[in-house]
Design a protein around this ligand. Structure first.
Ligand code: FES
Length: 92
């Protein structure tokens, strides 16, 4: 499974049946999102290396080096930057 490196710090394993946004959530990361459908651009981040596959139609504006994790899956090891996220607080 391809790995997803986020902001140069955390690395998680991609899950082929989930989008990158869902994969991050399953790994305990809470990325910013709103529509989860490629419309709002809230999840927008930079793709530094690797390839992603869009599984939805990107309506939100993105620069050439940006992707929308809510509608994309990792095709190879990918490196993402400028991901706005919080780490889920672990509760006892
Ligand atoms: S959450 Fe709206 S474009 Fe990704």
């Amino acid at each position: 499974m391809p790995s997803i490196k986020i902001n140069g710090t955390s690395t998680i394993q991609s899950n082929p049946s989930n989008t990158i946004l869902e994969t991050m959530e399953k790994a305990g990361i809470e990325p910013e999102y709103n529509c989860r459908d490629g419309h709002c651009g809230a999840c927008r981040c930079k793709l530094i290396s690797g390839e992603v596959e869009y599984v939805g139609f990107a309506m939100a504006y993105t620069q050439a080096d940006e992707i929308l994790p809510c509608i994309s899956k990792a095709k190879s090891d990918v490196q993402l930057e400028d991901v706005n996220y919080a780490i889920k607080e672990k509760r006892a």
